[in-house]
Design a protein around this ligand. Structure first.
Ligand code: ZN
Length: 175
């Protein structure tokens, strides 16, 4: 499977509210999430949402793992979430410098809840519930924003919280 094209900032699809998946077991949906996984891994992402590959559907993958883009990320097996819903958020709000495969070259400081309780359908179409904390919770909330037509740029408190990828990398190496 070859990676898919990733929608970049300015593409209208990134501003649209994505539609629910009607049949998670549809072969087209099964192919879509597998291609999204390949695309995410090829790009060094820790999550991806369907609108980022030009499919306006409520489907996302979260897959925290240490890599060049997020050296300190915890390891987790990828989870495919179909029609995810937020039941509750909580915990201490936490600030972190986020990046996005659809926003090349720029990162930004974003404050988000540190815990999120969610429900979703798995790839068999079965309802599941999950509590996420820390980095995986952040990934989920970032990807959920994509389903709502938002990016992390909508979540930064001020333009002063934006930082070039190259500067962020320098800071990381010197830290
Ligand atoms: Zn993103």
């Amino acid at each position: 499977m070859t990676p898919m094209a990733i929608a970049q900032l300015g593409e209208p699809i990134l501003r649209q509210r994505a539609q629910p998946v009607t049949d998670p077991t549809d072969p087209a949906i099964q192919t879509l999430w597998q291609r999204m996984l390949v695309t995410m891994e090829a790009a060094g992402g820790v999550g991806i949402a369907a609108p980022q590959v030009f499919e306006s559907l409520r489907l996302m993958i979260i897959a925290s793992r240490p890599n060049a883009r997020y050296p300190d990320a915890p390891q987790m097996a990828p989870v495919v979430l179909i029609n995810p819903e937020i039941i509750a958020t909580g915990g201490e709000p936490c600030t972190f410098v986020e990046g996005c495969l659809s926003v090349p070259g720029i990162r930004g400081q974003v404050t988000r809840p540190s815990e999120v309780e969610i429900r979703y359908l798995d790839i068999q179409g079965q309802p599941q519930q999950l509590n996420l904390t820390g980095f995986p919770a952040r990934i989920f909330l970032h990807e959920y924003d994509h389903l709502e037509g938002r990016t992390f740029l909508d979540q930064v408190a001020s333009p002063a919280d934006l930082i070039a990828q190259s500067v962020w990398e320098k800071q990381c190496q010197s830290a």
